[in-house]
Structures are given as C-alpha cells and as structure tokens.
Design a binder for this molecule. Structure first.
Ligand SMILES: C[S@@+](CC[C@H](N)C(=O)[O-])C[C@H]1O[C@@H](n2cnc3c(N)ncnc32)[C@H](O)[C@@H]1O
Length: 266
C-alpha cells in the first residue's frame, strides 16, 4: 500500500468517535447542491463513512464508492452503511494516490479531512482528476488551523495546539492546507474553482481535546517531536491544561474548514 506520510489522528476509539459525529448535511454542505440523482461519486479517505452514506442518499439510485487506506475504517464504514440501510454504496481499501478505477469514470470526487495529512497533495489531486470524467468535479474540504477560534483564551492551550501542529508537520502533513487549495487545484489543471469556508464548532470539546492530548502524548512518546522548544514534562503539563480547559462550563473550539470545488473541462 502507498503510504507517503504518517496519519497523525490514528484509529483509537476516541479518534473514531470523533469522526463518527460528522454528517453530509454539515460537512459536505458545500457539495450537496451540486449532486443529482444518478451521479457516481468517490469519497477519498472516507473513514467510518458517516458522510459517505449521506452522499449516497443524495445521488440514489447513483453509486458512491468510499475509499480509505485503512482496513479497520472500511469495516467501520460497512457497519455505518448497514445501520443506515444504505444500499448504493461500496467500499475499497486503497490510497488516494493510486485509485483503483479507470480514467474518466466518475462525476464527482469528494474528500473531507484528508488533505491536511498528505505529504503530496498535488499528486493526490492529479490522481483524483484522472478518474473524473470531462465536466466532472472535485470537492475537497480540510482545516486551516490559522483560522481557529478557541475561547476562553489560554496560553497553555495555544502552546498545546502548536505542539500538535508540529507533530502533524513532522508526520508529513500540513495544518494550513485549506488556504492552499486554490493554487493546488489550479496547478492540478482544474478550472471554475470556487472556495468557501465554514466553522466546525465542536459540540463535544472534551472529546476533541482528549483526541489532541492523546496524539500529542503519543507523538512526544515516540519522540516524533518534543514540542517547539519544550521538554517532555512541559508538554505533559500542556496536555493537562488542554483537558482542564475543555472541561470548563463555557468553552468554544471552532475549527475553520476550507471547502473547494474545481471542475475538469468538458
Ligand atoms: C481525518 S479522517 C477523515 C474521515 C472522513 N472523511 C471524515 O471526515 O469523517 C482521514 C481518513 O483518511 C484516511 N487516509 C489517510 N491517508 C490516506 C490515503 N493516502 N489514501 C486514502 N485514505 C487515507 C485515514 O485512514 C482516515 O480514515
């Protein structure tokens, strides 16, 4: 399997619970107006498939194929489809860099929260373009961590976030990829590019904080990064601060996602 980077979020119970809260009406809200019954769609990096089943509903009786590098996520996605009674969806273990489909075979390719983990986003977009038919389009959505809002402000929490971003960068990802979507889509040869952004306001801030703290602890434990100028003990203190901050009565963690659509010329 093609692995050019390390996927920072991992597949712990907390990570999968965090993915499962997602759904098409919010997280693919920018794509839904472009979908029509009968279309064929690929969802790259589908994870446990909670967005994918919403796309399948939108294009029925068309077909959606969810693709993920990780077998356990494809298993989870199969369960999601069973729970929803979704019939017009299939699943494949594969990499976005090597999609197991012929050229020009889909109307749309969607990808949510994948590109921030990729070391070669341009290669991924070129592969996505290969499988799109003329007139088809890519719809991608990823965070840009420069746009986040976290309240109340807390210096230690801000430092913990810096450490998380450093780990993601050390793993080959890019926490700021959202604002690079325009130039990337242009370079890959897409046209009629439209960019927008939304806040994902986490309704369960302790869950997202726990995920980030665990990933920081794991990243530091593996000596991927000791934090920007910080020792291991200091990083442990930042994780404690992050968990305490998240468990306050009134707390806001709003993450900026950049949504982009680009067309293949007909
Ligand atoms: C943050 S999750 C997003 C899951 C889902 N799209 C969502 O938003 O809920 C990213 C997913 O991309 C998968 N992934 C990572 N690298 C990949 C690659 N090169 N090709 C396909 N999937 C990949 C991971 O296994 C993980 O399930």
């Amino acid at each position: 399997m093609d692995t050019r980077e390390t996927y920072t979020v991992g597949y712990s119970d907390v990570a999968v619970r965090y993915m499962r809260r997602r759904h098409a009406s919010r997280d693919a809200g920018f794509l839904l107006p472009h979908l029509k019954p009968g279309m064929t769609v690929v969802d790259c990096g589908c994870g446990p498939g909670t967005i994918t089943v919403g796309l399948a509903e939108a294009v029925a009786p068309g077909r959606v194929i969810g693709v993920d590098l990780e077998e356990s996520q494809i298993e989870a996605a199969r369960n999601t489809a069973r729970e929803h009674g979704t019939k017009n969806v299939e699943w494949r273990v594969a990499s976005v860099y090597q999609l197991p489909f012929p050229d020009r075979s889909f109307d749309a390719v969607f990808s949510h929260a994948l590109f921030e983990h990729l070391g070669e986003p341009l290669a991924a977009l070129e592969e996505i373009k290969r499988v799109l038919r003329p007139g088809g389009f890519a719809a991608i959505s990823s965070p840009d961590w420069s746009g986040n809002l976290m309240a109340p402000r807390d210096h230690d929490v801000e430092q913990a976030i810096q450490v998380y971003k450093a780990i993601q960068q050390r793993n080959g990802g890019n926490p700021y990829v959202g604002c690079e979507f325009g130039p990337l889509l242009q370079e890959a040869g897409f046209s009629r590019i439209a960019l927008s952004a939304i806040y994902d306001c986490y309704e369960d801030v302790p869950l997202v904080a726990e995920l980030l703290a665990q990933r920081i602890e794991e990243g530091v434990g593996k000596q991927i990064v000791a934090g920007p100028g910080l020792g291991r003990a200091e990083v442990g203190g930042l994780c404690r601060a992050l968990r305490q901050w998240a468990n306050q009565p009134a707390v806001l963690f709003a993450q900026t996602f950049v949504d982009a659509i680009g067309y293949v010329d007909a």
